[in-house]
Design a protein around this ligand. Structure first.
Ligand code: PA5
Length: 350
């Protein structure tokens, strides 16, 4: 099944309230296209990045956890086949040994208080890495070693602030690498129009969410869509409080594929995120994998969205799947905003 184009606006749009700070997760997700263009990089930051980029930069490491890590994962995937230097997303207390004073660290924490991020950030400071911080406040914003502190508006949940965090990290990395800046305004406009199309298609977010109720989705991506599959899994976990998994092609063809004969699997729902940019071998692998799963009695869903670039494809699928996760939360009768267990764990860690 593909996402189909649709016609007129629907009830979905009536619920849009473009308030500056949203009061529920649904409203926050609806602001996705808008938030992509909210941050503008200032001249100082730009000049600092250009200077660093021209000075033999060894690599770029993003430091962040959970909702704040996603931006780094997306940027890592986007530059995988074009960056002359390593771009890595670190989701740990520790920093890889090879990250040294020639590297630039971008510490991302929406709250600014995430323990692992702060520890890795302190280590980056100790190693004399050039540091940028991205967040809405907290201890991270007090790091005086930061070359530039990119301030993100408060009041969101970290995962809903993804478009803000992503645009900040993307701008920094593009500037450090000296590549043409992405026109996020154009993508934002396209995404706003998509909403009405989705709502009028067979795969309206609510319809897909209804199909997922009582199921365990496994989001399967390849290349740029691997972090999108991972993000979708996390959104179902955090927003809908539902179990979900992700995997990636080709790797899943060497292990996970063998598990699709398991009899205790009646509620597993494979969801293949298909890209218009798949090369011939990847395309063939996913087609064969889909058929094998069907032969074993599964009903895989195929999701794809027409796009004019890889980045637009990633963001459109993310926006769509974010909406699915909130619809699923409503169906399951849970509050997509609250993350009680995450907060309790952070509290107990002290
Ligand atoms: O979505 C969430 O609330 C979490 O995944 C957080 O992003 C994660 O715990 C890290 O916190 P922060 O984003 O404030 O650094």
């Amino acid at each position: 099944m593909d996402l189909l184009k649709g016609g007129s606006y629907s009830v979905f749009l009536e619920r849009v309230k473009m308030t500056s700070v949203a009061s529920d997760m649904y409203e926050m997700v609806m602001q996705f296209p808008d938030l992509l263009t909210k941050l503008k990089m200032d001249q100082d930051t730009k000049e600092t990045c250009i200077r660093l980029g021209n000075n033999g930069l060894g690599g770029v490491v993003t430091l962040g956890m959970g909702g704040s890590a996603i931006a780094g994962l997306y940027v890592q995937a986007l530059f995988l086949d074009s960056s002359p230097i390593p771009i890595i997303a670190n989701r740990e207390y520790i920093l890889p040994k090879y990250v040294d004073s020639n590297w630039c660290a971008i510490a991302v924490s929406y709250s600014g208080n995430t323990e692992e991020t702060l520890t890795a950030c302190n280590e980056a400071i100790k190693r004399n890495c050039r540091l940028f911080t991205v967040g809405s406040g907290g201890k991270l914003s007090q790091k005086s070693e930061s070359l530039n502190k990119i301030k993100i508006p408060g009041g969101y949940q970290p995962r809903a602030a993804f478009p803000l965090l992503f645009s900040a990290v993307l701008n920094l990395v593009e500037c450090l690498l000296g590549t043409e800046p992405t026109d996020l305004a154009e993508i934002s406009e396209t995404l706003s129009k998509r909403l009405a199309q989705w709502e009028n298609s067979r795969l309206a977010p609510r319809t897909v969410a209804q199909d997922l109720a009582g199921k365990i989705p496994v989001f399967i991506g390849s290349r740029d869509l691997v972090p999108v599959a991972y993000r979708a899994k996390c959104q179902i976990n955090e927003n809908a409080k539902g179990m979900a998994f992700f995997s990636q092609i080709p790797e899943a063809n060497h292990n996970e594929i063998e598990s699709f004969v398991d009899k205790n699997r009646s509620n597993i729902k494979p969801i293949f995120l298909r890209s218009s940019y798949e090369d011939a071998r990847i395309k063939k692998r996913i087609d064969i994998t889909t058929s094998l799963y069907e032969e074993e009695g599964f009903s895989p869903v195929r999701l794809s969205i027409e796009s004019s670039s890889k980045i637009e494809e990633m963001l459109a699928l993310t926006y769509y799947l974010d909406l699915v996760s909130v619809e699923l939360a409503h169906i399951r009768g849970v509050d997509p905003l609250s993350v009680e267990r995450i907060s309790r764990l952070k509290g107990e860690l002290g």
